[in-house]
Design a protein around this ligand. Structure first.
Ligand code: HEC
Ligand code: HEC
Ligand code: HEC
Ligand code: HEC
Length: 115
């Protein structure tokens, strides 16, 4: 029993180390925005000790929704930027962690890679 536990602990530690390094190697949306000159305060407001939680209004300052929906009109299986509901940008485009297919909670939509 003690032996099994030791093995499991070893496996878990290895898996954890791998996932941490995989995450560290990846750049998230916020990093890419900052690299393009979009400062933390543009999304979070001037007081970074009390950052605002960004919402769709934050994003559409720069990414106009109509223009975006037109640009991705051929997105399959549906145009996520013309979603009838749950279209809030940060549900899918998380900025400090991997992006997520939020629609998949209820729909079998496969968008491929979400930037
Ligand atoms: C289903 C989750 C989802 C939601 C919600 C969503 N997007 Fe997207 N977005 C995507 C996917 C998938 C792509 C890739 C589309 C493609 O490559 O055709 C994308 C691409 C983009 C791009 C790059 C477009 C380009 O080709 O230049 C921008 C900018 C963007 N989204 C901004 C937004 C903003 C702003 C909102 C909110 C108004 C939003 N998205 C809501 C899934 C989503
Ligand atoms: C001050 C302007 C600005 C704001 C605010 C902003 N973005 Fe961007 N974003 C850019 C620029 C510039 C690019 C690079 C050119 C492009 O794709 O339009 C970009 C690119 C993107 C892309 C394409 C993927 C990539 O990284 O290249 C996505 C997705 C995106 N933004 C989502 C968002 C979301 C979600 C928000 C709100 C939380 C947001 N943006 C807020 C300026 C902004
Ligand atoms: C393009 C917009 C954008 C930029 C630029 C950005 N963030 Fe964020 N930030 C977000 C979004 C969206 C969230 C919500 C969680 C997520 O998407 O990962 C968030 C969440 C956070 C949170 C957690 C806030 C809470 O209330 O839970 C902190 C802290 C934070 N960001 C710090 C930073 C710092 C520091 C920078 C600059 C290095 C930065 N952010 C740049 C969009 C941005
Ligand atoms: C919490 C569950 C849930 C989530 C999350 C969700 N949807 Fe839906 N969606 C539904 C339900 C239930 C219906 C059917 C009811 C109706 O037609 O109004 C529906 C209907 C739709 C339709 C109409 C289907 C048709 O046949 O015309 C579209 C398009 C759609 N959703 C897109 C999206 C997109 C894009 C996302 C992600 C940005 C999303 N949904 C996220 C539950 C969800």
């Amino acid at each position: 029993m003690a032996f099994t536990k030791t093995i499991l602990a070893g496996v878990c530690a290895a898996a954890l180390a791998w996932s941490v390094s995989a995450v560290a190697a990846e750049k998230f949306g916020a990093d890419r925005h900052v690299a393009r000159g979009v400062a933390c305060t543009v999304c979070h407001g001037p007081d970074m000790k009390n950052p605002n939680y960004p919402d769709e209004q934050t994003c559409v300052q720069c990414h106009k929704k109509d223009a975006l929906a037109a640009k991705t009109k051929d997105m399959k299986p549906v145009n996520a930027h013309a979603a009838p509901h749950n279209g809030d940008c940060t549900l899918c485009h998380l900025q400090h962690e991997p992006t997520e297919n939020y629609c998949a909670q209820c729909h079998k939509f496969d968008f491929g890679k979400i930037p």
